[in-house]
Design a protein around this ligand. Structure first.
Ligand code: 0X9
Ligand code: CA
Ligand code: ZN
Length: 325
């Protein structure tokens, strides 16, 4: 095992360049928009991929979010892989062609650009940074854990911290994190005619090789807004995706309790089938947050089938348990 250097991974600036080049190369298939700015003023970009991309067609939408946590650089590579695969294979691979003819895909390659830049900006050492880079009033400790800052059961259950110096600081109020708010506003903006257009979502993290589903705030399999049918659909879809990549499927709280996480909000407030993927490696011995750059191609392509499976089921996720809903 060889440790990685910051230069082994694309930078936030690289991502912007690649997105712009891809839009230029595939103007009918890819568009990008600035959905807001980070605390430090960096653009947060959403990329749309679909046939006739410049028309808001009445098609199921799927969202992929990446890099809520600054040091999880492999997740940004995952977004770049998906963008490259969908664009290069459209019109060539029949499955991808059919999916992009009937779905609208949204990618947010870096939710937390300030954190990514901070973690990656020195030539030799990563900083092992997790949170965003927003100051906390009355404290010298910087940052909010964006994945504890979402507005559902925020801070309810011991799955986050009220201490500014904690790695899981939940912030002073839900959506206080600039970047949480930007992404939540984007998701709310996809409610058209009273109907949330996005039906399915994966939030990419590292590491542990897991597929996780809600709720995170409670050990219960069912709870407010999550029925036995919903739980069965989550489990079936999560297990089928995990069968394709070899990750371990489980309810999020089986890992540990989290409150204010993105998945719980997406499901409870927006009705979106929302998963967390914890990517490579399985454990710290594989390099933890910083595996060597040599694994990037393999470990991003590893999720190809799971991504396509979720796109397929996006018309009706309950289809996987044989219900129309
Ligand atoms: O703790 C987290 O935010 C995630 N793990 S990480 O090591 N990448 O920080 C797991 C979040 C899982 N929680 C829910 N899906 N609710
Ligand atoms: Ca379309
Ligand atoms: Zn994470």
């Amino acid at each position: 095992f060889r440790a990685s250097a910051p230069s082994d991974y694309h930078t936030a600036a690289d991502v912007r360049t690649i997105v712009d080049q891809t839009v230029a190369a595939y103007p009918n298939l890819v568009s990008s928009r600035v959905i807001g700015r980070s605390y430090q003023g960096r653009d947060i970009i959403a990329v749309k991929v679909s046939a006739d991309v410049n028309v808001d067609e009445n098609e199921p939408e799927v969202l992929f979010t990446h890099n809520q946590h600054a040091r999880e650089h492999l997740t940004v590579e995952m977004a770049l892989y998906t963008l490259d695969e969908l664009t290069s294979q459209y019109g060539t691979d029949p499955e991808i062609t059919q999916l992009l003819d009937t779905r609208e895909v949204w990618l947010i390659p870096t939710v937390n650009p300030d954190g990514k830049v901070y973690d990656q900006e020195t030539a030799t050492n990563f900083r092992s940074w997790r949170k965003n880079r927003q100051p906390n009033s009355g404290s010298t400790a910087v940052g909010t854990d964006l994945n504890r800052n979402w507005d559902y059961q925020w801070g309810c259950c011991g799955g986050s911290s009220g201490s500014t110096s904690s790695e899981t600081y939940r912030g002073p109020s839900p959506e206080s994190g600039t970047e949480t708010r930007v992404v939540a506003d984007f998701v709310r903006s996809r409610v058209v005619g009273g109907q949330q257009q996005i039906s399915a979502h994966i939030d990419f993290h590292t590491y542990s090789e897991l597929v996780l589903w809600p709720y995170g705030y409670t050990y219960s399999d069912t709870a407010g807004g999550l029925t036995a049918d919903d739980a069965a659909a989550f489990r079936a879809l999560g297990t089928e995706m995990a069968d394709t990549n070899g990750y371990t499927p489980q309810q999020s709280s089986d890992l540990y309790i989290t409150d204010g996480s993105i998945n719980d909000w997406m499901w409870a407030e927006q009705g979106i089938f929302s998963f967390t993927f914890e990517m490579y490696p399985p454990s710290a011995s594989g390099g933890g947050f910083y595996p060597p750059g040599s694994v990037i191609d393999r470990e991003t392509a590893r999720n190809r089938e799971a991504v396509l499976l979720l796109l397929d089921y996006a018309d009706c996720p309950y289809r996987i348990i044989g219900e129309e809903a």
